[in-house]
Design a protein. Structure first.
Lengths: 162, 503, 331
């Protein structure tokens, strides 16, 4: 189980790093104020610094509350049960993204929908396959044919002559 | 009234069977592109553009404008049903629209959205009809300082709105601003903050952020709760649409205020997205029970929708009369105008009255056609929620990622959507407000550009923001909006102290 | 008539390329038009018009898909083109930004990552002032600016782009000095001039025509070697053809024009380049294209092969000189 305390700390550290990265990136362009107003790096620099400072503030506040024994921070951010549910959704979703860039979006859509419906939703093969293929046909006809927007394609489409 | 006579003539031009067919086709296509996230109105219009090169300009603009109205309506549909804004300007509709849908009030939320959107659009068109000449010359007085003041007003109205921790609000808004600066900086001509990754050259797309933060983030939360949409059991009846329509007059003040905000943001270049945010903020601030907002308050749907459409339609005026596109879609249409051989500018109204007034007349008709069509689809859309979540969830995932890709045909964007999805999930669980991030992304870079252009104008002197009555007034309103929560809280505290003493 | 012109052009192209008709290359997959501007931009209009003409006149068998890659003021499209190395189904539409962008910004592509195909038109630049400004000609305006250095404002598109380059050239040539205000694009600069917020701009004809018609702005001179094509009168009986050239008006700049260009990725077959150059040449001879050129007051000039690469080399050198003087070149 991850408590809310660790989630708060982890997120604040990440936003702190984000702020510092922005600060570093903007130093390249000059952060001063010359005759024509702020230099190109000034705005991102101060924004990054503000994010970093506010993140530090959140860190300090969270630590302070923890030391004071705040009950909210001891609550669970995510427990095993909920974590499992999120992962059961997130992992196939991430797999869908990976498949989209390797096998193309059409194939990925079919595999993902069939997996989610057949093995997670508990539907029959027929219903799963039918939903997957109907979705892909709709996307193909509306995007590729009508609006002429190509989706990412993999090695399979050229073999089918699409 | 010359304008009324012109408008009547416009109706003669627009009211043909051919044009009505084009309106219906345009609206239907628009709803389709609006419903698919990523594939928004600007894409839809630019995809149809080559088709129109062989049409006569009046028919062409009627088709494209109707597609735009349709897309604006379609964008709200997915905002309400799935928390996925189909269009950037319907982000604010998710705040209360989606909670309503979750409570089984999808039909009501959709009907409120469409009816108030239609009202807003009509207000916008009426303004164009009556005040086109005056507005065009007013808009000419706007330069960079005035633009900055308008963006500042929008921010000021939105800041300090939520009950979230100030530190977390700053982090969220700062991230939005920082992301908006990635890519080409037009004021200096430098490429900023790409860290030499080519994929960041075009910046971080706002559409992708929204798909991830709202759409995918919401799905993750829903999965974690193990919830199905609670709307499943809700019955969908056409009568509900009519009952909702009967409730509309109750919200006359919100409708009127939101229309004014929308029109204002449409003719100054704030645009529909900023308009909907500002309108939502003003509705919440002026409401007697602001605590209800964000939990399914109808006014939280009405306010952004009215302003969004009022801004969308009144943005056509600066496009026609000045050649300033008030929205991304208007920019594409302006490209079309030039290819059709029409030059946007002050003389377009006198050179080509057929075209201009035909378009304006079609805006009345097109919006009415659109409202009728989308209201008819309410039962259909609302019943989507009755499909079990184990089917609709994965389908939403597919549509989100395909939307993320089609927004700009970039593979990188699907990864980005995934990252934003995780950020949205964690931020929501830890009470980081997401709206400031989104708003900062939408107008952050424009505000920065306007500020730096102003500084070039004045050679580094801030006094330019008080240099004339117009910009001074705008900045003053902005400052009042910014400090109102503080002042309000102070007054309440004083009052509270006073009462405590008397007791 | 048209068929004769087309076959003549075709014959010319074939002798140039040195291929016989039997070997003619043709795409076997849908062709992607990569547009290096956002939807609605000048390059976008250009590409979409070419697409519609090709489709209408059936100049190509394969369908065309248009993709906007306008990020980083077009760099995104060229980087994308670099990624399609060796793929003969990508055409990249742009301007002279193809070879100028890598000078001023650190980008993931070099000009050598592109294969030149053709230029289809030259967009002209004019010097504009407000309609009621007291300057009768370019000379009078320049004198006024010289009398008050940094007292006048020149507006244009983003920094280090064509408008600022031209402004810098005028400054070098005349000794005048402006405050340059970069806006999001030419149309914004047009409205800012009409509203009197800036004193002049160097917009393309198409960007200012609406304001000129209404008399809100007026052209002083055109940066072209000769007068523009005579067209219909636009304001006060004057049309594009009546505008003096800047050289004759006292600004010693021979010519400053922006080519509308088409490129392919590197390492594509020479036959493919020839094929597309021929298709584009046929496009440039259609009445629709000529109408577009006339409406937007560009100069229709089709260039391919050596003529095009020579033009690029010359334009590149002229711009590079300004970039170096201004210190815009990135290491």
């Amino acid at each position: 189980m991850i408590t809310r305390f660790w989630a708060e700390i982890g997120t604040a550290i990440l936003t702190l790093v984000f702020g510092l990265v922005i600060v570093k990136g903007s130093l390249e362009f000059g952060i001063g104020w010359d005759s024509s107003g702020p230099q190109p790096g000034a705005f991102p620099f101060y924004v990054g610094a503000l994010v970093a400072a506010a993140s530090l503030g959140t860190l300090a506040l969270t630590l302070g509350k923890q030391l004071a024994g705040s009950p909210v921070l001891a609550e669970s951010f995510i427990d095993a049960e909920r974590g499992r549910r999120v992962l059961a959704f997130l992992l196939p979703l991430a797999a869908f993204v990976v498949l989209s860039v390797t096998l193309g979006m059409y194939v990925a859509t079919i595999l993902y929908l069939v997996f989610a419906m057949r093995f997670q939703g508990g539907y029959g093969w027929l219903a799963s396959l039918a939903t997957a293929f109907l979705t892909v046909a709709f996307l193909y006809l509306s995007l590729e044919k009508f609006f002429q927007i190509g989706l990412l394609k993999g090695p399979l489409e050229p073999l089918l002559g699409l | 009234m010359d304008n009324i006579a012109n408008l009547m003539h416009g109706f003669e031009v627009a009211l043909t069977a051919h044009h009505i067919m084009l309106m219906i086709a345009g609206v239907l296509l628009g709803v389709l592109v609006g419903v698919l996230p990523g594939l928004g109105a600007p894409n839809g219009v630019s995809l149809l553009l080559p088709l129109t090169f062989s049409m006569d300009p009046v028919s062409a603009i009627i088709l494209l404008a109707s597609l735009y109205w349709g897309a604006l309506f379609g964008g709200s549909t997915t905002s309400i049903l799935f928390n996925i804004p189909g269009e950037p300007s319907s982000v604010a509709t998710t705040f209360d629209g989606h909670p309503m849908a979750k409570q089984g009030r999808a039909t009501e939320a959709l009907s409120f959205a469409f009816l108030s959107a239609g009202f807003g659009a009509l207000c916008g068109v009426i303004l164009i009809t009556l005040l086109s000449g005056w507005v065009a010359s007013f808009a000419l007085r706007f330069s960079s300082p005035e633009y900055f003041a308008v963006y500042f007003m929008t921010f000021a109205s939105f800041i300090g709105l939520g009950g979230a921790s100030p530190l977390k609000t700053i982090v969220s808004m700062g991230i939005g601003f920082a992301l908006a600066t990635v890519g080409m900086d037009s004021v200096s001509g430098n490429v900023r903050l790409t860290f030499e990754f080519d994929v960041l050259l075009a910046g971080v797309s706002f559409l992708i952020a929204v798909i991830g933060l709202f759409g995918i983030g919401e799905l993750l939360l829903t999965m974690e709760e193990g919830l199905k949409f609670e709307g499943v059991a809700a019955k969908v009846r056409i009568g509900d649409v009519l009952r909702t329509a009967a409730k509309m007059p109750r919200y006359w003040l919100a409708l009127l205020r939101s229309s004014l905000i929308g029109i204002w943001m449409g003719i100054t270049p704030g645009g529909p997205t900023a308009a909907s945010f500002m309108s939502y903020a003003m509705a919440k601030r002026s409401s007697r029970n602001p605590a209800k907002f964000g939990k399914g308050e109808p006014e939280g749907v009405i306010a952004p929708e009215t302003a969004d459409h009022a801004a969308g339609s009144s943005a056509m005026l600066p496009m026609l009369a000045l050649g300033i596109p008030g929205s991304a879609t208007a920019a594409v249409m302006m490209g079309g105008l030039m290819i059709w051989g029409l030059n946007p500018g002050p003389t377009l109204f006198t050179d080509r009255p057929d075209f201009v007034w035909g378009l304006i007349a079609s805006m009345y008709l097109g919006n009415i056609v659109a409202v009728v069509i989308v209201l008819a689809t309410v039962p259909l859309f609302a019943s989507i929620l009755r499909i079990p979540f184990s089917i609709i969830g994965p389908l939403i995932v597919v549509i989100c990622f395909i939307g993320a890709f089609t927004a700009a045909n970039r593979e990188f964007d699907i990864w980005l959507a995934l990252i934003f999805g995780l950020v949205g999930y964690v931020f929501k669980k830890l009470d980081y407000p997401i709206a400031p991030l989104v708003l900062a992304m939408v107008i952050g870079d424009k505000a920065e550009d306007a500020f730096r252009q102003s500084m070039i104008f004045s050679q580094g002197s801030l006094s330019i923001f008080w240099s004339n009555a117009l910009v001074g007034t705008l900045m003053a309103i902005g400052l009042v909006l910014l400090f109102m929560p503080v002042i309000g809280a102070g007054i309440r505290r004083l009052r509270g102290l006073g009462q405590a003493r008397t007791v | 008539m048209k068929t004769i012109a087309i076959s003549a052009a075709l014959a010319g192209a074939l002798t140039l390329g040195g291929f016989s008709a039997a070997q003619a290359w043709e795409p076997t997959k849908p062709v992607e038009f990569v547009v290096t501007s956002g939807a609605g931009g000048g390059t976008d209009n250009f590409a979409r018009l070419v697409q519609s003409i090709i489709t209408k006149h059936k100049l190509m068998e394969q369908p065309i898909v248009v993709v906007n890659k306008g990020g980083g003021s077009g760099a995104e499209g060229y980087v994308y083109g670099k990624g399609a190395k060796g793929d003969p189904t990508h055409l990249i539409f742009g301007t002279n930004n193809a070879y100028l962008l890598p000078y001023v910004a650190k980008l993931g592509y070099k000009f050598t990552d592109l294969t030149p195909v053709a230029a289809m038109a030259l967009d002209e630049f004019l010097l504009w002032v407000k309609g009621d400004a007291p300057y009768a000609d370019a000379k009078a305006y320049i004198e006024a600016v010289k009398a008050k250095p940094m007292g006048f404002k020149m507006g244009g598109s983003q920094s280090k782009d064509t408008d600022q380059t031209l402004t810098s050239m005028i400054q070098d040539a005349t000794g005048a000095k402006w405050i340059y205000v970069p806006f999001q694009g030419g149309s914004a600069a047009a409205v800012q001039l009409a509203g009197g917020h800036i004193d002049s701009n160097t917009n393309n004809p198409n960007e200012n025509i609406g304001q000129w018609k209404a008399g809100q702005v007026k052209p002083l001179c055109v940066f072209a070697p000769e007068h523009l094509a005579k067209g219909d009168p636009i304001h006060d009986g004057k049309g594009w053809g009546d505008i003096p050239t800047c050289k004759s008006a006292g600004i010693p700049i021979e010519s400053f024009r922006m080519p509308r260009t088409v490129w392919m990725p590197a390492d594509v077959p020479a036959d493919a380049v020839t094929y597309y150059a021929n298709v584009l040449e046929k496009v440039s001879q259609t009445p629709e294209w000529k109408e577009f050129i006339k409406r937007t007051a560009q100069t229709g000039k089709f260039m391919k092969g050596k003529e095009f690469t020579d033009f690029v080399a010359k334009d590149d050198a002229a711009n590079k000189k300004v970039f170096e003087e201004e210190g815009w070149v990135v290491k």
